[in-house]
Design a protein around this ligand. Structure first.
Ligand SMILES: [Zn+2]
Ligand SMILES: [Zn+2]
Length: 372
C-alpha cells in the first residue's frame, strides 16, 4: 500500500472535485447542514439540493447476496487505516491523510470495492460550529472530570462522517410451543415453636399447574435497523442514537460533498443475522404478550422468514477527540439531533470525595433510623 499524493490537506480531504463546482467563482461547493443545500465556502453562493424520497425499492436480500448494485465504486475510492482497520470512502479525486476513526496517519488507498451503493442518506442537520457548541456544553457538565479540564483541553479537528447501517424488512411465520402456568393454593399445616411452646399454624402455599400449548404467530417486520460498522468508536455510536429515520432522503452525491463515508465492515449477510436476532426477540415478546396465564414460558419457536428485503443507508456523525494530560479522548455528536457522547478524564479525588460523602450521608440516615 502506498500513500497517494502527500499534499497538505484540510480536514483530511483535498477539496478538488469537479462535480459540485460553484457557478459564480468556480470553487468547490460543499454540503451545508444549515441550509441543507450546497454552499461555496469561497463566495457563499448557495445551490439547492432537490430533496426527494422516491427510492422506496427494497432490495431483495437473497438476490443481493449474488448481485447487488456495486456502481458506487465508480464514484468512490476506499482508504484503509492500518491501525484500526476502518475503511473510509472518499470521492475519486480526494485523498485522506488521517483516519477519522482513530486519528492514525497510516491510511492508504486500496483497490477494495466500495460495496453496495446506499439507497438512502440522512443528511447532516447539525453544522460543524453547532457540533463544537454541543461539545462545549457537554464538557462543561463533566462533573467528575478534573476542574482543570474545562480550561486546558485541546479540541482536535471535527470530521463529518456518514456511518453505514442496514435496514431489513421480513415476513415471518412462527409456530411455537409454550408452557402456561396457573397458580393454585394449598393449605399446609406445620408446627412452629414460639416462646418454647410448640404451635400448629396453617398457611396458604402457592403452587403452579403447567399445561402445554401450541400456537402460531405471524408478523411483518419493517425497517429493522442494524449498524454495519465496527469502527473503534462503535460503542460510543450506540450512545448518540436514536436517529429519526423519517428524515432519510434518496442518496445523492451532493450530501456527501465535504464529508466522508465509512465503508461497511459488517457485510450484508452478517447484518441480516443481527437483524434476525432482533426479530426473534420481538417474536418471543409478541408470543409472551399473546398467551395469557399466571406464568408463560417459551419451550420452542420455529420461524420461517420470507420476502426478506434490505436497504443500505448512511447516518450522520461528527467525530473528534480532545487531548488532556497527554491523553486522547474520543467523542461523537449525532449529526441530526446534536446528542453528544464521549469519554472524559475522571478525577479520582472528586469520585472518592463523592463516595465518602454518600457513605457518610447513608451512615447518618442509618444512625437516625436506629435511634428512632
Ligand atoms: Zn463560489
Ligand atoms: Zn484508524
Amino acid at each position: 500500500m502506498t500513500n497517494v499524493d502527500n499534499e497538505v490537506l484540510e480536514d483530511g480531504i483535498i477539496e478538488e472535485t469537479e462535480v459540485n463546482q460553484c457557478g459564480s467563482c468556480g470553487g468547490n461547493t460543499v454540503y451545508d447542514p444549515v441550509s441543507r443545500g450546497l454552499k461555496c465556502p469561497f463566495c457563499g453562493t448557495q445551490v439547492e439540493i432537490e430533496a426527494t424520497r422516491e427510492n422506496t425499492t427494497e432490495h431483495d436480500y437473497l438476490d443481493a447476496l449474488d448481485h447487488a448494485d456495486h456502481s458506487w465504486s465508480d464514484e468512490k475510492r476506499v482508504f484503509k487505516c492500518d491501525n484500526c482497520g476502518a475503511e473510509t470512502l472518499l470521492d475519486n479525486d480526494k485523498v485522506a491523510d488521517f483516519c477519522t476513526f482513530c486519528g492514525s496517519s497510516h491510511i492508504a488507498v486500496t483497490e477494495h470495492d466500495a460495496g453496495i451503493k446506499p439507497a438512502l442518506v440522512l443528511p447532516f442537520q447539525i453544522s460543524k460550529e453547532q457540533a463544537v457548541e454541543k461539545f462545549k456544553t457537554w464538557i462543561s457538565k463533566r462533573y467528575f472530570a478534573p476542574s482543570r479540564l474545562k480550561k486546558e483541553y485541546e479540541l482536535q479537528k471535527l470530521s463529518g462522517a456518514y456511518i453505514p447501517y442496514w435496514t431489513f424488512d421480513s415476513n415471518t411465520k412462527s409456530s411455537y410451543t409454550v408452557k402456561i402456568g396457573t397458580y393454585y393454593y394449598v393449605t399446609v399445616t406445620r408446627t412452629v415453636h414460639r416462646d418454647g411452646k410448640a404451635q400448629q399454624v396453617t398457611e396458604q402455599v402457592r403452587k403452579i399447574r403447567w399445561r402445554t400449548q401450541n400456537g402460531s404467530y405471524n408478523k411483518f417486520f419493517d425497517d429493522i435497523l442494524v449498524k454495519a460498522s465496527r469502527n473503534v468508536a462503535s460503542g460510543l455510536i450506540d450512545k448518540v442514537e436514536p436517529f429519526q429515520l423519517s428524515g432519510l432522503l434518496d442518496y445523492k452525491t451532493e450530501y456527501l460533498s465535504g464529508f466522508l463515508a465509512e465503508r461497511y465492515s459488517i457485510p450484508l449477510k452478517e447484518g441480516w443475522l443481527s437483524a434476525r436476532n432482533i426479530i426473534d426477540q420481538k417474536i418471543r415478546n409478541g408470543i409472551l404478550r399473546k398467551e395469557t396465564g399466571d406464568e408463560v414460558r417459551i419451550v420452542k419457536v420455529d420461524t420461517s422468514y420470507d420476502g426478506i428485503t434490505f436497504k443500505h443507508i448512511l447516518l450522520p456523525l461528527w467525530i473528534s477527540s480532545f487531548n488532556f494530560n497527554n491523553k486522547v479522548y474520543r467523542f461523537l455528536v449525532n449529526g441530526q439531533t446534536g446528542k453528544v457522547s464521549g469519554k472524559s478524564p475522571i478525577s479520582i479525588w472528586k469520585v472518592t470525595f463523592t463516595v465518602l460523602l454518600t457513605a457518610l450521608v447513608a451512615g447518618i440516615v442509618f444512625m437516625v433510623q436506629d435511634t428512632m
